[in-house]
Design a protein around this ligand. Structure first.
Ligand code: NAD
Ligand code: TYD
Length: 349
């Protein structure tokens, strides 16, 4: 069936993998990518598909209500996959208002445009909201986040995502807007901006710079390869039950320091450096304020109901990720020039 799908944030890390998958796999769908091209958005991420007939790029901001309404009117999207967001916890600590604006207000503007366009004619329509496991707050040493875990966000980033999740649900309850939400764990893979742990440390190892591990390094995250997330999004988009939430995770918990040691080992091998040389770059630095101790996802619902499972092990995914960064040094050089240098100085010095 033909569909007109708006993907927001499609020039970013996860969004670019979602856009590529949908454009290539569903030539009968029209895929529109709305992106403001902030520091995190990069047209290079979609070079390979930008010429495709079923793909259109729309440069604009989700917080610009007039613009958003105009494109809804013009293209009459029947489905939205909403990924556009400010996505980095550290930046949310320095500039929380930017997160409220994009993540909360931007989501509301999209919800409202969708509501106004279809005015209750909801057949074959879908608003798919991409969220994070961070809305659930922090776990202790044991336990897993389930879909029923109460929201308890701790950072301005997770609070803004939690708020946007609530607005999606509220539009569902109040106006009958058809929605589905997924809450995913930490993603890694190619095209991730080098502010998040894994690409930042790959970049620093290449350049022999210190690896700033926050606090004692005993914080735990569940890691998922970005292409496995895109596969899950495809499944939920087509088969997810309306008004349901699905947790997505890698069944793959790592303490930061153990992950960093594995990364150092793989980097030494790939760069032909003496084993142990990259780990000498590890530098324990001041902790992140409000740092969540542990995230871990129970992804059994999406596994049982939709048959989803990660396709790569962490060791394989990490190896592919490093290979991509080593093979795309120009991409890395471009995104780390200019403003990145100021960001890095302010964050780490
Ligand atoms: P990202 O920061 O790499 O990309 C965000 C994209 O959104 C960029 O292309 C940026 O230009 C665009 N954008 C930002 N503000 C915008 C605005 N006002 N209008 C239009 N476009 C705007 O983010 P990501 O890591 O790809 O995350 C995508 C989504 O997935 C986010 O909603 C995030 O909360 C969620 N998520 C991310 C992770 C993760 O580990 N990265 C995990 C779970 C959920
Ligand atoms: P990050 O990639 O920022 O993702 P999130 O905060 O959304 O989980 O961080 C992952 C973990 O790595 C988190 O516990 C914070 C830690 N971390 C560092 O120790 N040093 C760093 O420079 C960064 C960016 C993160």
């Amino acid at each position: 069936m033909k569909k007109s799908i708006l993907v927001t944030g499609g020039a970013g890390f996860i969004g670019s993998h979602v856009v590529r998958r949908f454009v290539n796999k569903y030539p009968e769908y029209s895929i529109f990518n709305l992106d403001a091209l902030t520091y995190a958005g990069n047209m290079e991420n979609l070079k390979d598909i930008e010429h495709k007939e079923n793909y259109t790029f729309l440069h604009g901001d989700i917080t610009d209500e007039v613009f958003v309404n105009s494109i809804f009117e013009k293209y009459r999207f029947d489905s939205i996959i909403h990924l556009a967001a400010e996505s980095h916890v550290d930046r949310s600590i320095t500039d929380p208002l930017a997160f409220a604006k994009t993540n909360i207000l931007g989501t509301m503007i999209l919800l409202n445009a969708f509501k106004e366009l279809w005015k209750g004619n909801w057949e074959e329509k879908l608003f798919y909201h991409i969220s994070t496991d961070e809305v659930y707050g922090s776990l202790g040493e044991n336990g897993l986040f389930e879909e029923t875990t109460p929201y308890d966000p701790n950072s301005p980033y997770s609070a803004s995502k939690a708020s946007s999740d609530h607005f999606v649900r509220a539009y569902g309850e109040t106006y009958g807007l058809p929605f589905v939400i997924t809450n995913c764990s930490n993603n890694y893979g190619q095209n991730q901006f080098p502010e998040k742990l894994i690409p930042l440390f790959i970049h620093n190892i290449i350049n022999n710079k210190p690896l700033p591990v926050y606090g004692d390094g005993n914080y735990t995250r569940d890691w998922l390869y970005v292409i496995d997330h895109a596969i899950a999004i495809d499944l939920v988009f087509h088969q997810g039950i309306l008004t349901d939430t699905y947790n997505i995770g890698g069944f793959n918990e790592w303490k930061n320091i153990d992950l960093v040691k594995l990364l150092c080992q793989q980097m030494d091998e790939k760069l032909g450096r003496a084993i142990g040389s990259s780990s000498q770059l590890i530098a324990y630095v001041k902790d992140r304020p409000g740092h969540d101790l542990r995230y871990a996802i129970d992804a059994s619902k999406i596994n049982k109901e939709l048959g989803w499972n990660p396709t790569v092990t962490f060791e394989e995914g990490l190896s592919k990720t490093i290979d991509w960064y080593l093979g795309n040094k120009e991409w890395l050089a471009n995104v780390t020039s200019g403003n990145y240098q100021n960001y890095y100085k302010e964050q780490y010095q």
